[in-house]
Design a protein around this ligand. Structure first.
Ligand code: ATP
Ligand code: NCN
Length: 192
């Protein structure tokens, strides 16, 4: 079983995330894509984050109609901030027969050399990188690395930050969110 791990805060999950995950589920050799909801990204402040379970609930609602896309709460029970290496080691021990790969945007690859034990991650896992912002490839120290594959996926310039700010200003953000997520956020008055 080949699993693509798509890590993020998902505060909230939006159409950009869903389009990417679905692209990998449909056009790569991955059997499933798991959205790993991160309680605390070591590079981000935790203060603006919605509760873990509410972010997980949004991922659950976004993926429930897609058989190959799954929410994953594995990081909720691991030490924080959440270093990806710890999660990968834990998952590999729990599912020894699965092959876990990472899915990340080109923006994240630029700072990947600052991640804890990134060399160990690269030794043991493939990384699938998709473009962000422009179709022109961003150069990094990982160019040509045999474990890193660049995949041509659709670009949607959306971000959770933009969505949260727009909601605060009273703007309509409905088209940027999976329908069930928008309904839940609206009902719960999130980010207002
Ligand atoms: N529009 C998008 N298209 C494709 N990938 C995205 C998009 N937005 C974010 N990602 C990627 O999704 C993963 C999880 O992202 P994250 O939850 O941090 O979302 P974000 O929209 O970047 O959030 P924030 O604005 O709060 O930083 C990261 O790998 C990030 O690069
Ligand atoms: O392991 C690390 O050192 C590390 C450093 C920065 C980010 N990450 C993980 O990368 C994921 C996506 O990050 P971001 O910046 O797009 O929110 C999230 O799950 C973080 O925990 C991991």
């Amino acid at each position: 079983m080949k699993i693509g791990l798509y890590f993020g805060s998902f505060n909230p999950i939006h159409i950009g995330h869903l389009v990417i995950a679905n692209h990998f589920a449909e056009y790569s050799n991955l059997n499933e894509v798991w959205f790993v909801v991160t309680p605390h990204n070591p590079f981000k402040k935790k203060s603006s984050l919605l509760d873990n379970f509410q972010r997980l609930e949004m991922v659950y609602r976004a993926t429930k109609d897609y058989t190959k896309l799954k929410p994953c709460d594995i990081e909720f029970s691991l030490p924080q901030p959440n270093y990806t290496i710890n999660t990968l080691v834990y998952l590999q021990e729990k599912y020894p027969d699965y092959e876990f790969s990472l899915i990340m945007g080109e923006d994240n690859l630029k700072s990947f050399h600052k991640w804890k034990n990134y060399e160990v991650i690269l030794e043991n896992h493939y990384i699938y990188v998709y473009p962000r912002v422009s179709k022109e490839k961003i150069e990094t120290q990982f160019d040509g690395h045999k474990k890193i594959h660049h995949i041509n996926a659709p670009i949607m310039e959306l971000s959770s930050t933009h969505i949260r700010n727009a909601i605060k200003k009273g703007k309509n953000v409905k088209p940027m969110l999976p329908e069930h997520v928008w309904e839940y956020m609206d009902e719960m008055n999130f980010y207002k």
